[in-house]
Design a protein around this ligand. Structure first.
Ligand code: DC
Length: 224
């Protein structure tokens, strides 16, 4: 299939993953979950006893893990050094450490190269934090999803089946990650100037997908 890149950026809990997968499925495109790569790198660091707050240690380790990621919207399979870590990278220990690892330049350089290689293979929906700004600045479609912190925390808790009294803790953890992700020196989470912003706070997944597909349609008819 010829190249067509849909970049979907936004903070944790804004609905990126569900939206990006559904959009990829609707279009018959591949799907790239770039957060899974940062999580895989973080899993490897934790598994090797690396102190993720020590940038020198993280830098030294960044070139070592062999990371493979599937690009099917049906399921994200991540393999590190031959071990399937698809479930392990979703654990809270990884979520708590991933922002520290992600701000190290050598980590980003390596993972951005990998992402560009996967993106070059055809039509694809790519979700992350810096896709429209850094990884694929020439993407055909750029979407920036937002939602209020409360809505994002609520969604996360529903995803994990948590009880209502865990919402506050989740919200605090999300806001901590947002702060690190959006204030880091290298490729911070920021809306690309030419991205279409969609506030998902009061929208169902279906409504968000329809909105994104409408943007894709308008760009595709222009591209021909
Ligand atoms: O999308 P996610 O929650 O799985 O992402 C996990 C972390 O990875 C996120 O807190 C920051 C980092 N990340 C990044 O720095 N750049 C990306 N393109 C994707 C994720």
């Amino acid at each position: 299939m010829s190249s067509f890149v849909v970049a979907i950026d936004g903070p944790a809990g804004s609905g990126k993953s569900s939206t990006a997968r559904a959009v990829a499925q609707a279009l018959g495109f591949s799907y790239l979950d770039t957060g899974a790569l940062y999580r895989a790198m973080t899993w490897w660091m934790l598994n090797h006893g690396i102190n993720v707050d020590d940038a020198e240690q993280v830098t030294a380790g960044a070139s070592q893990p062999v990371i493979e990621l599937s690009t099917s919207p049906q399921s994200v399979v991540v393999v590190v050094d031959g071990v399937d870590v698809s479930a392990a990278i979703r654990q809270p220990q990884v979520a708590d450490a991933v922002s520290a690892v992600s701000k190290v330049p050598q980590v980003r350089t390596r993972l951005v190269d990998l992402q560009r290689d996967l993106i070059s293979r055809g039509a694809i929906v790519v979700e992350g934090r810096d896709i429209g700004t850094v990884v694929a600045p020439n993407a055909d479609v750029k979407i920036f999803l937002t939602a209020t912190p409360a809505a994002r925390a609520q969604r996360r808790n529903l995803d994990f089946g948590h009880s209502a009294d865990e919402v506050k803790a989740t919200q605090a953890a999300l806001e901590r990650r947002d702060l690190i992700d959006s204030t880091r020196d290298v490729s911070p989470l920021v809306k690309a100037e030419d991205a279409v912003e969609v506030d998902t706070s009061d929208l169902s997944l279906e409504e968000v997908v329809v909105a994104v597909l409408a943007v894709v349609d308008s760009k595709r008819s222009v591209k021909g």
